[in-house]
Design a protein around this ligand. Structure first.
Ligand SMILES: [Fe+2]
Length: 461
């Protein structure tokens, strides 16, 4: 079944009207209800009733000539598709007709039924498609304006002149989108915090050079003078020669998140300070009880720190190793003092009692809320790479790197210092022990770093 369409034929020449009406009757797709107008005035009158689906327009009428006729018709109702009937043709003329908003044009001398009906159909369908695109565009624009944040497109590759900013601009900056667009009142660059402006510029330039997307956060000064943290992500738009001609991106307000992060960092710092105090108290407790252990833990911590630093571990991890080393023998507070300071060689039973200190240390420390695996490092500091250590005899693959570092520092310090049951063996003997068992009892890489520290005189007790 053919769809009913109201068509307005604007033509001052009656034979032509009759001819066109006959041709339209032959349309395979539409059943046309034809209205007529012989002047522009009459045409505008008909259009004003609002139920016309398409207009067939002769540009030369008694009261209007040429493109002015089309302009008037479009002004009256720009949404109705127009097919122009023209007696004179040139390519430029055809382009002009389309540029003035007609969907199609037909040369009168070439107008036959199939040509006319095809052109009318194209015009109707094209307008339908345009309306669809326009509706989708409206939906996207509405969505963009409701998203809490600001979309933008700027000229060139900085923020100075914004071609487009979405409505979210006012929520973030306090300036309206119109203030920022085209830098009418404010250039976006000028609201970036003066201390961050240079960084923002450099970040964008680096991304543009690499033709990559950018994202970073920085501060802005809002219209009311307050400061906000914003996060921006975007990318350059490049022409066919690869030159950046615009930036497109999205900006959102992260002031609350930044505040929460800062507070968390502050509380983390306080926790670390509290932990440091706790570690120092525990270390002092062990030191006060046993003069040999006193100082041992401190020196082991210094050497562990030096090794970890030399291995390029991150500062947080280095800090954890240092803290743990300061209390690594805390489990010895459960060993009777007369065994710890016994000047003779210990019996197997006494040795076994001393060997409990790593497990006891683990039990004491596991309750501490710490950002580092302090308890586990202490538990493993007498484990060895070949599984011959204690308390669990685990192999190197299961030993924490921190415990491997602590183990070597512990052995070197213990051998280099006086013990209750023997005088110091000396640093050379200690280094020889590590050299001999490097890769067997001690981690090869850690041992290598440690030996280098002493050989190049970068560390001494
Ligand atoms: Fe120990």
């Amino acid at each position: 079944m053919r769809a009913a369409k109201n068509i307005l034929v604007v033509e001052d020449h009656f034979p032509a009207i009759n001819l066109v009406s006959d041709m339209l009757r032959e349309s395979p797709h539409y059943a046309f209800n034809v209205s007529m107008a012989t002047t522009l005035k009459e045409a505008i009158e008909v259009i004003s009733h609002g139920d016309i689906d398409i207009i067939l327009l002769d540009l030369n009428l008694p009261d209007s000539k040429g493109l002015d006729t089309l302009r008037w018709i479009r002004e009256e109702n720009g949404d109705v598709p127009v097919v122009v009937l023209t007696g004179e043709y040139s390519e430029e003329k055809g382009v002009e007709i389309i540029q003035h908003g007609a969907q199609e044009y037909i040369l009168k001398t070439e107008c036959d039924s199939s040509h006319l009906n095809r052109s009318v159909r194209y015009a109707i369908e094209r307008k339908k498609a345009e309306r669809g695109i326009s509706e989708n565009g409206d939906k996207v624009a509405s969505m963009i304006s409701h998203i809490p944040g600001m979309f933008y497109r700027s000229k060139g590759h900085n923020h100075d002149i914004m071609d487009f900013v979405s409505e979210g601009c006012s929520g973030i900056t306090g300036y309206s989108a119109d203030d920022i667009k085209g830098s009418r009142r404010v250039a976006f660059n000028s609201i970036i915090h003066p201390e961050d402006r240079d960084t923002v510029r450099k970040e964008i330039e680096t991304a543009i050079r690499a033709k990559k997307a950018f994202q970073f956060f920085y501060r802005i000064i809002c219209a009311n003078g307050s400061e906000k943290w914003i996060w921006e992500q975007g990318n350059g738009i490049y022409d066919s020669r690869g030159k950046a001609t615009a930036l497109e991106g999205f900006v959102s307000d992260i002031t609350q998140q930044k505040k929460a992060e800062d507070e968390m960092e502050e509380s983390y710092k306080k926790l670390a300070e509290t932990l440091e105090d706790t570690v120092n108290v525990l270390a002092a407790t062990v030191d006060a009880r046993d003069q040999y252990t006193a100082g041992h833990q401190k020196r082991v911590a210094q050497l562990s720190f030096a090794i970890a630093k030399k291995m390029d571990l991150d500062d947080n991890r280095v800090c954890g190793i240092y803290m743990t080393a300061l209390i690594h023998d805390i489990g010895k507070i459960h060993v009777p003092i007369n065994i710890l300071i016994n000047p003779r060689t210990l019996t197997e039973l006494e040795m076994n009692m001393i060997r409990t200190h790593s497990t006891v240390g683990y039990d004491i420390l596991k309750k501490i809320n710490s950002p580092w695996p302090i308890a586990k490092i202490v538990l493993q500091h007498h484990e060895r790479m070949d599984g011959s250590g204690y308390p669990n005899g685990i192999p190197g693959s299961k030993i924490l790197l921190e415990a491997k570092i602590l183990a070597i520092a512990d052995v070197i310090e213990a051998m280099a210092s006086n013990r209750p049951y023997r005088p110091a063996l000396g640093i050379d003997a200690a280094l020889a022990e590590v050299q001999k068992n490097k890769g067997l009892l001690y981690d090869k890489a850690v041992a290598g770093v440690c030996l280098e520290l002493f050989q190049k005189k970068k560390f001494s007790f």
